[in-house]
Write a protein that binds this ligand. Structure first.
Ligand code: FES
Length: 492
């Protein structure tokens, strides 16, 4: 019997990305009905599909250059308790099917007996007997091959639980024994949450179907009414079976509240002679909720006093508790007190940094089906880095292109990572661009993207850099017919 699968589920089974299947559907290589793919069609397109080659057991070595995106994460098996619970669930389903089969078998035998005992000279009964016997012979003698996709889907259900989210229609997989909240963040979703630790109740969601299991202790008490309606805390539970949940998600920057946290400096390391990578770690019990591409104010008290500066977050919320920043000498030269303190060597591992925010609307339009081009200059790459990780985690854009302009030789300080993305992802293109200043870098970037994209009017653009750069790129895009609403910009 044909089984219908969502694109995400089919992609997991085949071991390809969701955008690859989307492209095949677009090109007519695969048939999709209402966003679902039939197991038969999948086998027709992938006739050599075998369990060991499928995405059910993904490579266990993380890809170079991937720190967070799910395509670069290794698959972790659930704990033995969860595995046992999932196998127990499947055994129950199997036992139920066997019980039903035994009842159908008894029913057919009793029907045959009754037909044989009653009016056997009736042509209608004889006809019924014959067709019943022929039907049974056809079923029992059938050489129909086992549906390999269905078998692999059963294995996937043991290895990772699938979660469908209402009302957004988003979906994701819970790997290992990660919490449902962690899995949603890894998948690029923006669920409502606060402490991440079972205290605030902001992550509560309603389980419509399926079974969850507590993996962390929590203090927040759900009311009797909430318990009756099957509310659960996403930060403290994992999925035992496939789930359907009702969950609040942030869609725009306005859905994210302003926060203040104190994070710890995990490391300060040079990206090149002009740029530092600052890695902050938020407390386990008080994480910063933000959307990729947003910025915050960073502040530190040192012998220089209260040093503050506004900086773009270079990581994605899918990167657990890590907050990354690319801080440049140019920012220090422009008077940013936090950058001055950093370049003066006044910020060290273990220091406490206050973080206020997040701000800004430089965030991905998650509903857009179009290809996405990121056009940035120098440390304008910082928020773009977060957006690219987010886009990879979402795995919905048909194509991603990065045009990174630098105003000094070797200014693409994370070129190695960009090349690693391009090597590992068939829908990612990296195009470094050079310019003597921000205006010429902007013009060069527009020329390059015109050469690389068949029709820029079909793309969404995210621009980040100095004002002169952003203005030059915007003017160039408008001149070639790109609609103004397809351009989102951040002046960094
Ligand atoms: S995030 Fe606070 S209770 Fe879950």
């Amino acid at each position: 019997m044909t089984q219908l699968l969502t694109l995400s589920r089919a992609a997991q089974l085949i071991g390809v990305s969701r955008h690859t299947l989307q492209r095949q559907v677009r090109d007519g290589e695969l048939v999709s009905q209402d966003g679902m793919i039939a197991s038969e069609d999948l086998l027709r397109r992938y006739p050599d599909l075998r369990l060991e080659d499928s995405g059910v057991f993904e490579p266990t070595t993380p890809l170079a250059g991937f720190t967070t995106a799910k395509c670069g994460r290794e698959r972790i098996l659930p704990t033995k308790e969860i595995l046992a619970q999932r196998l127990f669930g499947q055994s129950n389903e199997l036992a139920d099917v066997r019980r039903h089969l035994a009842r159908y078998h008894d029913l057919i035998e009793s029907l045959q007996d009754r037909m044989a005992a009653s009016a056997s000279d009736s042509p209608a009964i004889r006809d019924l007997q014959r067709s019943l016997e022929d039907g049974l012979a056809a079923v029992l003698g059938s050489q129909e091959p086992v549906d390999r996709v269905a078998v692999m889907d059963e294995v996937l259900r043991v290895v990772a639980a699938h979660v469908a989210v209402r009302p957004s229609g988003s979906e994701f997989f819970v790997e290992g024994s990660e919490t449902i909240l962690e899995a949603a963040l890894h998948a690029g979703l923006a669920p409502s949450y606060g402490c991440g630790n079972g205290n605030c109740g902001l992550c509560k969601a309603r389980v419509i179907e399926g079974e969850v299991r507590q993996v962390h202790a929590y203090d927040y008490a759900l009311s009797a009414a909430e318990q009756a309606q099957k509310y659960t805390l996403l930060c403290s539970h994992t999925a035992v079976s496939d789930l359907v949940i009702e969950m609040i998600e942030a869609v725009t920057a306005a859905d994210i509240p302003q926060q203040q946290i104190v994070a710890r400096v995990k490391s300060v390391s040079p990206l090149d002679e002009h740029t530092y990578l600052l890695n902050l770690q938020s407390p386990r019990t008080n994480r910063l909720r933000f959307l990729a591409g947003q910025r915050v104010t960073l502040g530190i008290y040192s012998n220089r006093g209260d040093c503050r500066g506004e900086h773009s977050i270079a990581s994605c919320p899918c990167d657990e508790r890590n907050l990354m920043f690319h801080i440049s000498r140019a920012q220090a030269d422009a008077g940013d007190a936090f950058a001055v303190a950093l370049f003066a060597g006044a910020i060290h591992s273990g220091d406490s940094v206050s973080v206020w925010g997040p701000y800004g609307e430089f965030v991905l339009d998650q509903k857009s089906p179009r290809a996405v081009a990121f056009v940035c200059c120098d440390t304008g790459f910082a928020p773009v880095h977060g957006l690219i990780e987010h886009a990879q985690a979402m795995d919905t854009a048909p194509e991603l292109a990065l045009f990174w302009a630098a105003t000094r030789p070797g200014g693409q300080y994370q070129a190695k990572q960009c090349r690693a993305w391009a090597a590992a992802l068939d829908n990612f293109h990296y195009c470094p661009v050079a310019g003597a200043d921000q205006a010429s870098a902007g013009r060069a970037a527009v020329e390059r993207l015109q050469a690389e994209t068949a029709d820029p009017k079909d793309w969404d653009f995210y621009l980040a850099g100095g004002e002169t750069f952003v203005d030059a790129v915007r003017a160039g895009l408008l001149a070639v017919g790109v609609a103004a609403e397809r351009i989102v910009a951040a002046v960094t």
